[in-house]
Write a protein that binds this ligand. Sequence first.
Ligand code: FAD
Ligand code: COA
Length: 406
Amino acid sequence: MTTSAEEYLARARELAPRFAQRAAHWDQNREYCWDNVRELTEAGIMGMTIPAAYGGGGASFHDAVLVIEEIAKACTLSARIVVEANMGGISAIMAYGTEEQKRLCAPLVLAGDKPAICITEPEAGSAATEMTTTARRSGNKYVINGAKHWITGGGISKLHLIFARVLDEDGAGLGIGGFIVVCDPSKGEFPNGFEVVGRERTMGLCGMPEAQLRFTNLEISEDRVLVPPSGFKRGFADLMKAYNSQRVGAGTVAMGGAAGALEHAKRYLKERHQFGRPIAEFQGLQWMLADMDAGVHASRLMLREAALSRGPGGSPFPDIMMAARAKMFATEMAIKAVDAALQMFGARGYGDEEPLERMYRDVRMFTIGGGTAQILKTQIAGRLLGIKTPQTREGYLKKAPARAAE
Ligand code: FAD
Ligand code: COA
């Protein structure tokens, strides 16, 4: 029997108060929230979007964003885990994978693994197509060499989706493809040539390892190729189509954080008295509250619309334009909204007795990770104007052909 969206939401609401209580612990100790992951797994939320035929809940991205918002109000760290256990890498595998790949990967996530998606490199951040990690064909396998950084979950994740520049046996470039690599970090088991070489020390979301990975002659059998390059950039475009789901999820975490901050603000405005009356009576703060509410509400609508949307050509993933617009808007809004809530708490908001300072540090990430706000605005503008927007000097000079305006 499939689980309804209402039932998932009820389970998320049941977990949220416990997650809120523990959130400071993971943050202060920079510890991955294994207790929460166990509870999310028991609730069937890890892998809720995996089709029922593979043991998952068969839920939609829209169902997932409802759950992500509830969890994010309490704990943005846990909500990020829910995103990656239902969108991005795992959704790419469930959409493009072979039967064998799906049967390999689905059980890992359903048992509590948060997959890692490995795109960014030290010299290829926004310019992701300039990645230099290579996967060179050698007989019936590929040999991967290169380095990735800021890989969420590196060192705790079992499942990895690695983006690499595919070369044929003669070293000729074929485009970017995606490769599945499975590790067992809990047992210290990594394939030969796969190393976790460092962890970033982050400002927020401190319980999540952000790792530096190095691949040295990492051998991958050809049956672990998820998306072949199949012509210049084709593979990359397909991988990014799947990634649009993760952008909707990430935007929802930020929006959920802002919605959580709004709840805290409503409480405190009534609790705190100055000048002999509750600070809720000061119009300056009332207007801040109204702006926060409108920002959260507008973001929520955009994100839900994006979660329901589908890209052209029968894509099973959210439309690039809707995903970009919703993530850009929600993440910029969340930073402003949580900042406003913190301001309403005065000094108390700046201290760690209240969760606002942590929430502020946590939401700050979302206009950077997963495609910066600037990159998303460029994608949106290109579609509004019906023009391609190559960012390299060479690309502009080539005057790429126009696409239809939206
Ligand atoms: P840069 O690309 O160097 O950009 C620097 C600044 O220049 C930014 O403000 C950017 O917006 C601006 N900029 C760059 N190009 C343009 C342009 N053409 N027009 C206008 N402005 C521009 N990556 C993964 O692969 N996997 C992960 O799991 C992952 N998790 C992450 C988790 C966190 C917490 C963070 C912070 C990052 C994560 N990333 C991950 C990396 C993330 O995707 C990159 O940080 C992001 O793509 C930006 O790259 P960059 O940091 O190198 O910034
Ligand atoms: N959804 C669907 N298709 C996408 C896409 C997305 N989100 N992003 C790119 N594509 C497609 C493009 O439409 C293009 O296909 P086309 O040639 O058929 O039009 C192809 O992929 C290459 O994209 P293009 O924009 O030409 O690439 P570029 O070489 O100029 O690189 C990006 C720009 C895509 C790397 C940049 O816009 C970007 O998204 N950077 C952020 C990377 C990121 O999110 N990292 C997160 C790591 S967790």
